[in-house]
Ligand binder design. Structure first.
Ligand code: AMP
Length: 422
């Protein structure tokens, strides 16, 4: 079914076709008519399923259908996202889709980590569309650089991540600044209770759309699990990349330090590897990601910063060098490959001390049938830790910053069981 059959204007359908999008993906087919009808929407969709265009296309149509005199560069469309990278990606999609239009909306990104002044300059004279992270959005409102009183369409993208990253208070403040009459779309890969709560306060009688499984996301991802001693993982990664000639590999580790360390190690092993994490300046992050997308690096070693929303075309392989903390993080990490129906491979390295943690993830992800491979020359020699050692973490994710929950658990444990004097 073509886009126009879903009610999309021919100009926008043409703009999509110029990007090679001629047939709507499953999420786009279900979302477009709902958004065009003006209803609120609560949607789950697998990563890489074409979610961005699913909201950008119909919302652009609604915004552009208003007359110029009505628009007057008031911000009528606001997209809230958890990370700067996702903001940049959505900005790019909007720019690409509108480049051939007669009257182009003015789009501004408002994200932290960079100086606020250029964003204040960008907002001079108003902007039709603002793509923002919540903290910086509020800074700009506080500086009178932006008003949210004209917002008619609001998108909360990766809502679960917005809450994970501790944006709850900022979101409350944003909500108070928005007009009551507006259309709100909420996208979330998972729907924990906190997101349901958020939805009940932000949305009015939302239509619900859940795009599950196989189309066209993670189902196209082949998964492998390899058992190897922790100390030999770097060597194994080098061997696998060389042997298979993979040219773009995203490697996940548990900490910023580990990302730098492993990237250096792989680089010394003559692989083009660099690191990408929240400890880098915004400029360095943009550069590393840009260069990786342009294939100037073969390997990007990253933390969970890159686990959500990042879209790198034709990323064939994702490697969990350190296992993710949770089954949900696993879904997001491996969702970086197998995008838009392309085949992908996700390899998880498991060492004797993280095997128990892997089994937990596998159970939650329905992966218990997946064989744990041992590769010749990399047979494990280390032994699994005792239960006591294992309690120190989730096994193999050393260096990972404890979450709020971990801290609360630790505090509770301390009050119940005081530490003996040293
Ligand atoms: P997203 O889930 O928005 O990050 O999109 C994932 C990938 O799907 C991006 O690389 C898009 O370029 C691509 N994409 C989006 N819509 C379509 C479509 N209708 N047909 C083919 N590819 C698409």
């Amino acid at each position: 079914m073509p886009f126009t059959a879903l009610g999309l204007a021919p100009t926008l359908a043409q703009a999509a076709a110029q990007l090679g999008w001629t047939t709507p993906t499953a999420i786009q087919s279900s979302t477009l008519p709902v958004v065009l009808s003006g209803a609120d929407l609560l949607a789950t969709a697998p990563t890489g399923s074409g979610k961005t265009a699913a909201f950008v296309l119909p919302l652009l149509q609604l915004c552009l259908s208003r007359t110029n005199a009505e628009r007057l560069r008031a911000t009528t469309l606001l997209v809230l996202v958890p990370t700067r990278e996702l903001a940049a990606q959505i900005f790019d999609v909007i720019q690409q889709l509108t480049q051939s239009l007669e009257s182009r909306p003015k789009v501004v990104t408002a994200v932290g980590g960079v100086s606020i002044n250029p964003q204040m300059m960008d907002l001079r004279g108003g902007a039709d569309v603002v793509v923002a992270t919540p903290g910086r959005l509020l800074d700009l409102v506080d500086h009178n650089a932006l008003s949210l009183s004209e917002v008619q369409h609001l998108v909360l993208d990766e809502a679960d991540r917005l809450l994970d990253l501790g944006f709850a208070n900022e979101l409350d403040r944003v909500l108070a600044l928005l007009p009551k009459h507006r259309q709100t779309l909420l996208f979330s890969a998972t729907f924990p209770a906190v997101v349901e709560q958020l939805a009940s306060r932000w949305l009015i009688e939302p239509k619900r759309i859940a795009i599950a499984g196989p189309s066209p996301g993670p189902a196209t991802i082949e998964q492998r699990v390899i058992l190897v001693d922790a100390s030999r993982r770097a060597q194994l990664v080098r061997k696998l990349i060389r042997e298979h000639g993979w040219e773009r590999v995203l490697v996940f580790v548990a900490s910023q330090y580990a990302a730098d360390h492993l990237a250096r190690k792989l680089h010394q092993g003559e692989l083009y590897a660099t690191s990408f994490h929240g400890g880098l300046s915004q400029g360095a992050r943009r550069q590393a990601l840009g260069e990786f997308k342009q294939q100037r690096w073969d390997v990007l070693v990253t933390t969970d910063l890159a686990a959500r929303g990042l879209d790198v075309e034709q990323l064939p392989v994702v490697i969990n060098f350190d296992l993710p903390r949770s089954a949900t993080d696993h879904t997001h990490r491996i969702g970086r490959t197998g995008r838009a129906g392309a085949p992908g491979l996700a390899i998880s390295l498991v060492s004797p001390e993280t095997e128990a943690h892997w089994r937990l993830i596998a159970r939650r992800q329905d992966l218990t049938g997946l064989p744990i491979e041992v590769l010749p020359g990399f047979e494990p020699t280390e032994s699994a830790p005792t239960n006591d050692q294992d309690l120190q973490g989730t096994g193999g994710i050393k260096g990972k910053r404890p979450s709020k929950k971990d801290k609360l658990r630790a505090a509770a444990a301390l009050t119940n069981r005081p530490l003996p004097d040293a």
